[in-house]
Ligand binder design. Sequence first.
Ligand SMILES: C[S@@+](CC[C@H](N)C(=O)[O-])C[C@H]1O[C@@H](n2cnc3c(N)ncnc32)[C@H](O)[C@@H]1O
Length: 213
Amino acid sequence: MDAPKIMHDPKLDSPSFHRNVEPILALLKRLLAEPDLHWLEIGSGSGQHVVRFGQEFPHFIFQPTEIIPENLNSISAWVNESGLKNVKQPHLFDVTDNETPFSDDQQFDIISAFNVIHIAPWAVTEGLFRLASQYGNHQCRVFLYGPFKIDGENTSESNAKFELWLKEKDVDFGIRDIGDVNRIANHYGFGDAIRHPMPANNFMMEFVRQHSA
Ligand SMILES: C[S@@+](CC[C@H](N)C(=O)[O-])C[C@H]1O[C@@H](n2cnc3c(N)ncnc32)[C@H](O)[C@@H]1O
């Protein structure tokens, strides 16, 4: 008899998801009153956020994306298990890449990246806003969640320590100054960030489209 196969569960469980999902949801429910929105998520990680949002916003359509194949499998598994029809299968996608998996006429109301831009090179922030200028509709909003510097300074001692850890991992990683992010946002036709302070020295930064870049 063949030995029983041990099936590996591809679903990843992110500890930070459990810490931040409730405050993020509470904020987004306050901000997003529209009945139906098309939402593109960059760096979906395990896929737990997008699936939870799919449950909480049943009339929105979500498109998750990821650069890491293992994460892609996890997102797919969470989506399949949820049975949700409004969360699409994830695309493998590097936001710094000029090639995208989207058709030219595809337009999103929301583009989000949670806990992404500090743990990636600066080119990821640029790529995000370039993408938003191309695939965001005229009222597109970009939401970036995570730690930020204000006026060049970290907002807490713990964020300063976290940044040292990030730099040890990769010198191109780092907590971004909101002034630098605003400059990129403005270049691509978005206004300065509306700052929503969040628990644990994080922010949800909301950028609203002003005009085409
Ligand atoms: C710290 S994780 C956050 C995952 C998830 N958004 C969350 O909040 O739990 C950062 C994610 O950004 C993704 N990422 C990094 N560089 C990227 C790039 N160039 N394009 C797309 N995703 C990227 C990583 O693969 C990773 O899943």
